[in-house]
Design a protein around this ligand. Structure first.
Ligand SMILES: Nc1ncnc2c1ncn2[C@@H]1O[C@H](COP(=O)(O)OP(=O)(O)O)[C@@H](O)[C@H]1O
Ligand SMILES: [Mg+2]
Length: 209
């Protein structure tokens, strides 16, 4: 392939079907020059930061600012060591979650819209001048998403937060998608197969593969 690869993100709240859509892309794009990755994570050290973020805090209050900096730190590693080098090789990158998750959870979910300027400062450093070419947000009402997560079992600390938190998270994704040059909202209330197929179609059209 000639030139730089494209950076594609699949994002949205818990239970919107991101992992399911990404798994389908993995199967359908087998043999294509595409690297699949996720946030927080995507490098050894960034995955270690992920583990830290998901661990039980044993009663200690963790500040929204602390989480924001840790997510940004993981993103810095991910961009510098995985995403940018891969794009430079001419391969595409598809990431499960990215910066909008940080806005949605750490700012909106925590009721800390006042941190948006701080987020922008950190994120500008973390993305290292590379923004997603295609940003897909899967969107579904929060009750449906919760039912799906309950059915799937194994709720994480983020999943267990109250309904108001998840409603704020949803608003965060939708209100900030216009930060990116090409953002698409996918109606994730449809069946799992329909959502998978729609995401595949959007990605294939965009990457021309
Ligand atoms: N469109 C859908 N309709 C019904 N169930 C779905 C749909 N998309 C995903 N699921 C199911 O919901 C659960 C959460 O999906 P998942 O892909 O892990 O979401 P996410 O990665 O966004 O949290 C899984 O059990 C999955 O099979
Ligand atoms: Mg997932």
């Amino acid at each position: 392939m000639n030139g730089r690869g494209k950076f594609v993100v699949i994002d949205g709240g818990d239970g919107t079907g991101k992992s399911s859509a990404v798994l389908h892309l993995v199967q359908e794009l087998k043999g294509m020059p595409v690297l699949f990755t996720r946030e927080p994570g995507g490098t050894v050290f960034a995955e270690q930061i992920r583990d830290l973020l998901l661990q039980d805090r044993k009663g200690e209050h963790v500040f929204a600012e602390t989480e924001l900096m840790l997510f940004s730190a993981a993103r810095m590693q991910h961009m510098g060591n995985t995403v940018i080098p891969t794009l430079k090789e001419g391969r595409h990158v598809i990431s499960d979650r990215f910066s909008l998750s940080t806005i949605a959870y750490q700012l909106y979910g925590n009721g800390r819209g006042d941190l948006v300027k701080f987020f922008e400062m950190l994120d500008t450093v973390a993305v290292s001048g590379c923004v997603p070419d295609l940003y897909i947000v899967l969107d579904v009402d929060t009750d449906t998403a919760l039912l799906r997560r309950q059915k799937a079992g194994g709720l994480t600390r983020f999943d267990k937060k109250a309904a108001d938190f998840h409603r704020a998270v949803r608003a965060g994704f939708l209100e900030h998608l216009n930060r990116y040059p090409y953002g698409v909202v996918v109606d994730a209330s449809k069946s799992e197969v329909e959502v998978q197929q729609e995401v595949l179609k959007i990605v294939k059209n965009f990457l021309k593969i």
